[in-house]
Design a protein around this ligand. Structure first.
Ligand SMILES: Cc1ncc(COP(=O)(O)O)c(C=O)c1O
Length: 449
């Protein structure tokens, strides 16, 4: 590795970073993270802070998970790569597919299709949804409906079902046939409804209206995050997803649960679908599937879709989709070890318990700081929405958000800023003391702002 002076000089010079303006980053270069240990990270200047971002919602097991590191090293030594295209496969791919179908059996999942990350997993389920309707002989069922504010990655399919203009405008025109409904977001919704249960009914009704308007026989699938992550941890009322399931069933629309963030325990349950007691038709996985140690994702397929595609004898039954790295043996070896550790440590229970401690601390911060408009927590995904005017709910400007973030960092905690939201997604192995430290650092950041 080149020395610190070189890294500092060349930072943001020859690289374009995701979700950032290249010129702006050149003027304000990103922090260089050099080391991770436990739930902490250390930057180029040698400052060690608690990572309340958890990498990017993904390092659920922290940075020192030896079983994953060992599994990666051993697989690299044995076989660093082989293709999973028809004709060959590898041991880790077989083993992880088996383990994932066991783990997500309560959700009704029976097959895994491996990808290299979340956007790939979304692209895969969208394509499989269309293929499902082709094998069923309903060729007009090609449309997708999704939630406004939802985030489903950055491929053209995912961007087309995304519900945030920031990720859409520069890349339009997107895929035709994608439509959006208002999500059940209590703090900001077009209905003026503040009761979460009533709002869930209104949003579900909007879905039903949209399906009817489009023509049910033209709608392939509805895709949603069980808890909207990138939108700023929008937590629907518990009745919402079951109502969505019921509506999808009534109109025979497939239900896709995008669990790229919510899979593997972050919500306090093993999946968002399990949290809301729903069995989707397909699921998208990535991120914590390897705890971030290797880029890997999976599209999980439920029995109905699997049966239809597998039993089809004409050309529509063959899966004309895949990636060079589908079922990468090193990624799958990492995934097997990550799943074993995830289950052994019962990280979902710790996420639920620590989230219960975090919520009152953040509520208390909201009571003391006029800047905090809303607090939303589900397990260990949390957001504070920062506003410059509480009554008008005016989003705080970027300078305020930067001040809060820098203040928290100076107090020893890395937090994420997305628009006017502070987003928290720490490793699921944090302790009660870590929770208190995160709350104190946010308080310090808010005071700095
Ligand atoms: C719900 C959801 N779906 C899909 C994605 C895309 O995943 P990736 O960034 O790995 O492509 C993300 C990323 O944050 C996500 O939160």
């Amino acid at each position: 590795m080149r020395d610190a002076t070189f890294l500092a000089e060349q930072n943001a010079k020859a690289i374009w970073h995701p979700m950032a303006h290249p010129g702006e980053l050149r003027n304000h270069p990103p922090r260089v993270i050099m080391k991770g240990e436990g739930v902490t990270i250390t930057d180029l200047e040698g400052r060690t802070v608690l990572d309340a971002v958890g990498g990017l919602w993904n390092v659920n097991l922290g940075y020192s998970c030896e079983p994953i590191k060992k599994a990666i090293a051993e697989q690299l030594a044995a076989l660093p790569y082989y293709s999973g295209f028809k004709g060959t496969t590898t041991g880790p791919a077989i083993e992880l597919s088996h383990a994932l179908c066991r783990f997500f059996e309560p959700e009704g999942m029976v097959r895994a299709f491996f990808t290299s990350g979340g956007s790939d997993s979304v692209e895969t389920v969208l394509r499989l949804a269309r293929q499902y309707w082709k094998v069923r002989g309903q060729h007009d069922r090609t449309k997708f409906i999704a939630l406004k504010r939802g985030y489903h990655g950055t491929h053209f399919g995912g961007a087309s079902v995304n519900g945030n203009a920031t990720f859409r405008r520069n890349y339009e025109p997107l895929l035709p046939g994608c439509f959006h409904i208002a999500p059940p977001h209590v703090y900001r919704n077009p209905f003026g409804e503040t009761d979460a249960r009533k709002l869930a009914v209104l949003s579900a009704k909007a879905l039903e209206d949209e399906i009817a308007f489009q023509g049910p026989d033209t709608v392939a699938a509805f895709i949603m995050e069980p808890v909207l992550g990138a939108a700023g941890v929008v937590v629907p009322h518990e009745s919402f997803m079951p109502m969505v399931r019921e509506i999808c069933d009534r109109y025979e629309v497939l239900l896709i649960s995008d669990e790229v963030i919510t899979g593997f325990g972050r919500t306090g349950e093993w999946s968002g679908a399990r949290l809301w007691k729903v069995r989707p038709d397909m699921m998208c996985l990535a991120k914590a599937i390897t705890s971030g140690y290797f880029p890997l994702g999976a599209a999980m397929v439920g029995a109905k879709v699997a049966q239809a595609i597998e039993s089809n004898q004409d050309s529509f039954g063959s899966i004309g989709h895949g990636y060079t790295y589908s079922g990468h043996p090193v990624g799958c070896a990492a995934g097997i070890a990550a799943l074993e550790e995830t289950e052994r440590l019962k990280v979902h229970e710790n996420a639920a318990a620590r989230g219960r401690e975090l919520r009152p601390m953040l509520e208390e911060i909201r009571a003391r700081h006029e800047l905090v408009g809303d607090v939303r927590v589900q397990g260990l995904m949390a957001a504070l929405e920062i506003v410059s005017d509480r009554a008008a709910k005016t989003a705080a400007p970027a300078e305020t958000m930067t001040k809060i973030q820098n203040g928290a960092y100076a107090a020893g905690v890395m937090i994420r800023v997305s628009g006017c939201n502070i987003i928290l997604s720490p490793p699921l192995v944090i302790t009660p003391a870590d929770v208190a430290k995160i709350a104190e650092a946010i308080d310090a950041g808010l005071r700095a702002a």
